[in-house]
Design a protein around this ligand. Sequence first.
Ligand code: GLY
Ligand code: MN
Ligand code: MN
Length: 467
Amino acid sequence: MELNLFDKQVYIDRRRILTQNFGSDGIILLAGNQDSSMNYNDNCYPFRQDSSFLYYFGLDIPMLAAIIDTESGEEVIFGNELTIDDIVWTGTLPTVNEMASMVGLAQTKPYDQIIHYVHKALIYGRKVHILPPYRPENKIKLATWFNTSLDDVTDNVSLKLIKAVIAQRLIKSPLEVAEMEKAVSISVDMMLAVIEHTRPGIKEYELVAKAHEAAIANNSRLGYPAIITTHGQTLHTHYYGNTLQQGRMVLSDIGAENPMHYGGDLTRTFPVGRSFTTRQKELYEVVLAAMDHAIGMLKPGVRYKDIHLAACQKLAEGLVQINLMKGDPAQAVAAGAHTMFFQCGLGHMLGMDTHDMENLGEPYVGYTDTLKKETQIFGLKSLRLGRELEAGFVLTVEPGIYIIPELIDRWQAEKKHADFINYDILNTYRDFGGIRIEDNFLITETGYHLLGKYLPKTLKEIEALKG
Ligand code: GLY
Ligand code: MN
Ligand code: MN
């Protein structure tokens, strides 16, 4: 079995930068993930290593943990050698020591030794810094290592470590960008396979199968469950049982995770049949204009929240033109009336995680001490990224229009934003569905760079794909 790794120097450098930035302050403890049972002990969910563990220690193997002693410089990987039963059932691997040396580390210990390291550090009054655990198995292990209850385990989470890891992982190196280019290009192949297979009469799950086929044929898998639906108004639906009907659209939001665990996150919306209807074209053009406007604003120093609001304004302008909204678009956006159509945020950071580092805390990934996330305002509370952009960020731009009948009914009954929304006309769109267009960008010193191969996105280009 071949391990997918960068050169060992990459990991040595990443750990050196982490400890340099962190300073001498106790021990950093990173717990890798372990296999997790699905319906009986030996039948596990597909293994996914923790992304920060992958970033600093590279090893895509279950049941490893590592420490960095920021005072002595000691680095240890904890893991157990395979038993003969492991080898009989699942095959062989390099030894823990051999794997550690592949990522530039000399010292390894059996997994159960970690508790002694933690106890010893705590007895001497030293800090043991951990990242927020998101898996039950790791919460249980950390509670044991820290001799604390499950409820209290997060008391040991270190904001200092969170911020240091985020600061480093936010800026993608050229090596990482190269992986992301590959991942997005595979995502493009997946999307093309889905679009080309789309035709009336088949089921949504037949398209999902095409996405998986193209991913697996590229030694990749999906970074998140496919959103492939004729009910595009449901932002993250994972139901695939509908039959594709002439006259409707398919919204396909899919992304590959490549063998190095970098991912793409693309969305296209296209007709079931050969061409869009007039109404579909009109709304598609509104979304595309908002997207192109937002893309044109991408550069260092610009707040993504401002790009989001500018895109909202473009959506509102377009919606006023086709009489779904009325009044002054800027005032409509200030009042939040556009969230009838665009209930979520314009985009998010992308990397090894689709919502990159969301497990470390959106307030620190997408926002800063000076720009806090709005947590109460519909629309803005779902904007995962607001902060000023920097060269090296990788992010998505994904505006949309989503016609949600339940939201229409709720707001109309409350006469909400009746000055800005033409409810009579909107009600004739109740079964429209939704449109999202999503691409992935690297922020450069001067602007932006579209990641991956170009994926058709204009009405003409999309219709041309359908023959
Ligand atoms: N694919 C999930 C998202 O776009 O956020
Ligand atoms: Mn996305
Ligand atoms: Mn997406």
